[in-house]
Design a binder for this molecule. Structure first.
Ligand code: NAD
Length: 419
C-alpha cells in the first residue's frame, strides 16, 4: 500500500511503527490510518539563476496528521531529499509532538537542492517560490513550518514575508524559527542543541557520569551540532572530535570549540579550519568517548558501526541516525544509554511551540522563561520515557515512540474517522 513513500527512510519508520503497534496492541484495521500521512503535496519551484537560465526544483510538504492541532515540522533543503524521506520525517514529528504533549500533528517539507551551490539571491527566490506554491495548503492553524537541514532563520523570514504579502498583513505565526527581529522568539536558534545538552545532563545523572570529567564526539556542525558542542564544552566536557560534510577533526587533548564555532560562522563549513587535527570522517562515530552525538543526517549508524561504537551515552540529535539493524545491536548493549531522536531533539519543536504561542498572543517572553519552560517539558518527556521503558521492558526508543503513538491513537479513536 502507498508505494509512493517506499524507500530506505520510510521503510525504517514503517518498521518502527510496526514494533510499536505490536507493543500497544493496536488493532490491525487501525494501523494504516496511523502510519500513512493525511496529505502529501509535491510542487515544482522554478527560479531564475544568476546566469539568466531557468531551473526547476522539486519540493514536497507532507502533513502526517492534524488530529491534535495544526501539523508542525521543518523544511530541509538538501540534494537527496525525496518524498519517502519527508514522509518518514513527518511521522517522526508526529510521535515527537505527541510525546512532548504539544498540540500538533507532524509535518515535514523539503526541496531537492544543494543549498551550498546557490547564491543568496537564488536561495531567496527558491524559498519564496516554495512558500508561494504551498500557500493554499498551509496556515497558522493548518500547518506551520520551521528550519531543518540547509534552512535557517533567514529562510523562515522569506517564507513568512511571502505568506504575509499574499494575506495583505503580517502573519508572524505562519512559521517558527524566524529572526527575533520579525516575530521570532529568543532562544529558538539554540533550542534544539540546548535541549539535547539538557538531556545528556539528565542521562549522565541516571548513569552516574561526571560530565565535567567526560569526553564527547559530535557529528554534524550546523545549527544543532555546533550548539551541542559549544554547550558541552562550556560544561567542561572535552570535545575529542567534530565533523561536517566537508571535514572532520580529532584531537585526543580536546578541540577548541569556541574557535571552531567562530571559524564556521565566517566560512560556513569546517573545511580549512586546521591541517593538524584532520581525520577520516568515516571513523568519527567509532572514536572512544563518553557521549556520542550524531547531529547530521539519517541512517549514519548501521549494524557494523553499532557494534564498534564505544560510548556511554548516545544522544540522537539528528532525526533517524540509527538503522533498524543497528537498533537490534543496541538492544543487546545495555552499556549504552540511548536518548532516542524523537525525545533527544524535541527542544526545537518545543520552543517553536512557544514561538507560535507568543506570536498568536503578541506577548513575548524573556529568554530565561523560554529555557525554563523548555527544560520542564523535556524533563517530563525524559522521565516518562525511561520509566515506561522499565515498565514495558522495552528500549528507550520504543518507549518514546509508544507514548507518542498512543496519544495520537487515543485522540483519533475518540474523534472518529475523519481527523
Ligand atoms: P544544518 O543544515 O544546520 O546542519 C547539518 C550539518 O550536518 C552540517 O554541518 C552538515 O555539513 C552536516 N552533514 C551533512 N551531511 C553529513 C555527513 N554525511 N557527515 C557529517 N556531517 C554531515 O542542519 P541542522 O538544523 O543542524 O540539523 C541537523 C539534524 O538535526 C537533522 O537530522 C535535523 O533533522 C535535526 N533536527 C534539527 C532541528 C532544528 O531545529 N534545526 C530540530 C530537530 C531535529
Amino acid at each position: 500500500m502507498f508505494d509512493i513513500y517506499s524507500g530506505p527512510v520510510f521503510d525504517m519508520a514503517r518498521q518502527q511503527f510496526k514494533q510499536a503497534s505490536d507493543i500497544l496492541n493496536i488493532p490491525f484495521d487501525q494501523r494504516d490510518r496511523l502510519l500513512y500521512p493525511k496529505r502529501a503535496i509535491a510542487v515544482t519551484c522554478p527560479i531564475h539563476k544568476d546566469d539568466g537560465s531557468t531551473v526547476v526544483y522539486e519540493g514536497y510538504r507532507v502533513q502526517h496528521h492534524l488530529s491534535l492541532g495544526p501539523s508542525k515540522g521543518g523544511v530541509r533543503f538538501a540534494k537527496n531529499v525525496d518524498l519517502g524521506e519527508v514522509a518518514a520525517l513527518s511521522l517522526w514529528m508526529s510521535w515527537k509532538c505527541a510525546l512532548m504533549n504539544l498540540p500538533y500533528g507532524g509535518a515535514k517539507g523539503g526541496i531537492r537542492v544543494d543549498p551550498y551551490t546557490l547564491s543568496a539571491r537564488e536561495l531567496e527566490a527558491l524559498s519564496r517560490r516554495f512558500m508561494q506554491e504551498l500557500i493554499p495548503f498551509v496556515g497558522p492553524h493548518v500547518d506551520v513550518m520551521a528550519p531543518d537541514i540547509g534552512t535557517n532563520e533567514q529562510v523562515m523570514a522569506w517564507f513568512m514575508d511571502t505568506y504575509s504579502n499574499d494575506a495583505g498583513r503580517t502573519v508572524t505565526e505562519i512559521v517558527t524559527g524566524k529572526p527575533v527581529s520579525c516575530g521570532g522568539t529568543v532562544g529558538r536558534r539554540e533550542a534544539t542543541g540546548r535541549g539535547v545538552t539538557h538531556l545528556i545532563y539528565r542521562a549522565a545523572e541516571v548513569i552516574n557520569l561526571d560530565l565535567s570529567k567526560s569526553s564527547a564526539v559530535v557529528q554534524g556542525f550546523g545549527n544543532v551540532g555546533s550548539v551541542v558542542a559549544g554547550e558541552l564544552y562550556a560544561m567542561g566536557v572535552k570535545i575529542l572530535a567534530v565533523s561536517d560534510h566537508t571535514a572532520a577533526y580529532h584531537d585526543s587533548k580536546g578541540l577548541n570549540i569556541p574557535d571552531i564555532i567562530n571559524y564556521v560562522s565566517k566560512h560556513g563549513v569546517l573545511k580549512g579550519y586546521s591541517t593538524q587535527s584532520l581525520t577520516d570522517p568515516k571513523t568519527i562515530l567509532t572514536i572512544k568517548c563518553d557521549v556520542l552525538v550524531p547531529a547530521a543526517v539519517e541512517r549514519v549508524i548501521n549494524e557494523v558501526i553499532a557494534n564498534k561504537i564505544d560510548c556511554k551515552i548516545l544522544a540522537e540529535a539528528a532525526n533517524g541516525p540509527t538503522t533498524i539493524e543497528a537498533d537490534a545491536v543496541f538492544a543487546q548493549r545495555p552499556d549504552i544509554f540511548i536518548i532516542p531522536d524523537v525525545l533527544c531533539n524535541s527542544g526545537g519543536v518545543t520552543v517553536s511551540y512557544f514561538e507560535w504561542v507568543q506570536d498568536l498572543q503578541q506577548l513575548f517572553w524573556e529568554e530565561s522563561e523560554v529555557i525554563d519552560r523548555m527544560k520542564k517539558i523535556m524533563d517530563k518527556g525524559f522521565y516518562n520515557t525511561i520509566n515506561s521503558a522499565k515498565e514495558l521492558k522495552v528500549t528507550n526508543r520504543m518507549a518514546a515512540i509508544c507514548a507518542g503513538l498512543k496519544r495520537i491513537y487515543m485522540s483519533r479513536k475518540a474523534r472518529g474517522l475523519f481527523p
